[in-house]
Design a protein around this ligand. Structure first.
Ligand SMILES: Nc1ncnc2c1ncn2[C@@H]1O[C@H](COP(=O)(O)OP(=O)(O)OP(=O)(O)O)[C@@H](O)[C@H]1O
Length: 266
C-alpha cells in the first residue's frame, strides 16, 4: 500500500529524512516511534503530499506522492488525523464529518456544501463507528478534546480512504481517552482494511496497538519489528539521538540484532 525507497528531505542544511526505505502492507497498523525532531511528521507529510521530498521514491495508495500533479487524487485516498484534530468548532459534528466528503463530490456541490443522502448516511455510519452518533447535531465546540479527536477520525473515515496517517493523535489526551481513540483507529484498520500509519510518543501504546513498529532517529529508520521484539536496547538506539545513529552507520535493527550487538551499537 505504501512503498518508500531512499527518501530524503532537507530543510536548508538540516537533513530531516536521510534515506528512508519502508513498505507498509494493506490493512497494516504501523506505529512510528522516535524522539522529537526525528522526522516523524515530515515522513507522514511526504506520504500525503503536504511536503515534497528532496529525492527518492514514494508510492501511496497507487499514486506517486513525489509528483505534485497527483496531490488531489493522493489526498482523496490518504486521510490525515492531526494532534489538534483540526475540526471546525462552530460547525455541527455531522457537518465536520461531511467535510471529509468534500474531495469526493463535484466542485459545485463542494462550494455549496450540498451533500447527498448517501453522504449523510455514510457520515452517520462513521459517527457510529466512533460512538458519537448521538452528538451529530451538536456544535463541535461543545465536545471534549477526546470527542473532537473522535470526530476527526470519523471525518477521516468519511473520506473512505485506503490509508489513514495519524500524527500524534493522542498527544494531548488522558490515558483512558488515548486508548479509546487508538481502539477506534485499530477497528478501522481491522474492519475496513484501512492501512494506518500512526506517529506516537508512547512506547506502551505502540506495543499494544501496532502490528509493527518502526523507530526513526535522526532521519533514519533504526528499528523495524513487532512490538514484542522491541527491546530496551532498541529504545536506547531510537532515542539516543542523531550522533549515535550516524556513528552506528547501521540502517536497521531487527531483534535480536546480533550484528548490532557485535558491533557494540546495542
Ligand atoms: N517547514 C519546515 N521548515 C523548516 N524546518 C522544518 C520544517 N518542518 C520541520 N522542520 C524541521 O525538521 C525536523 C523534523 O521535524 P518533524 O516535525 O518531522 O519531527 P518529529 O519527529 O515529528 O518531531 P515531534 O515529535 O516533535 O513532532 C526538525 O528539526 C524541524 O525543526
Amino acid at each position: 500500500m505504501i512503498r518508500i525507497r531512499s527518501l530524503t528531505k532537507h530543510y536548508g542544511s538540516n537533513a530531516v529524512l536521510r534515506g528512508i526505505d519502508l513498505d507498509v502492507a494493506a490493512g497494516e497498523f504501523l506505529v512510528v516511534l522516535g524522539p522529537s525532531g526525528a522526522g516523524k511528521s515530515t515522513l507522514l507529510r511526504c506520504i500525503n503530499g503536504l511536503v515534497t521530498p528532496g529525492s527518492g521514491e514514494l508510492v501511496a495508495a497507487g499514486f506517486d506522492a513525489t509528483d505534485m500533479r497527483n496531490v488531489r487524487k493522493l489526498r482523496r485516498n490518504v486521510a490525515m488525523i492531526f494532534q489538534h484534530h483540526n475540526v471546525v468548532p462552530r460547525l455541527s459534528v455531522l457537518k465536520n464529518v461531511l467535510t471529509g466528503r468534500l474531495g469526493q463530490v463535484s466542485a459545485l456541490a463542494s462550494i455549496l456544501q450540498l451533500f447527498s443522502r448517501q453522504d449523510v448516511e455514510l457520515a452517520m455510519d462513521c459517527l457510529r463507528r466512533v460512538e458519537l452518533e448521538h452528538k451529530a447535531h451538536e456544535r463541535t465546540d461543545s465536545l471534549s478534546g477526546g470527542q473532537r479527536q473522535r470526530v476527526g477520525i470519523a471525518r477521516a473515515l468519511a473520506q473512505r480512504p485506503q490509508v489513514i496517517l495519524a500524527d500524534e493523535p493522542v498527544a494531548s489526551l488522558d490515558p483512558k481517552t488515548s486508548r479509546l481513540v487508538l481502539q477506534y483507529l485499530r477497528a478501522a484498520c481491522r474492519e475496513l482494511g484501512i492501512t494506518v500509519v500512526c506517529n506516537l510518543h508512547q512506547v506502551d501504546y505502540a506495543r499494544e496497538f501496532g502490528d509493527r513498529i518502526v523507530g526513526l532517529s535522526g532521519g533514519k529508520l533504526v528499528f523495524d519489528g513487532r512490538g514484542d521484539e522491541l527491546r530496551e536496547s532498541h529504545l536506547n538506539l531510537i532515542y539516543s539521538g542523531l550522533e549515535q545513529v550516524q556513528a552506528a552507520e547501521q540502517p536497521l535493527a531487527r531483534t535480536p540484532a546480533p550484528e548490532l550487538a557485535a558491533q557494540g551499537v546495542l
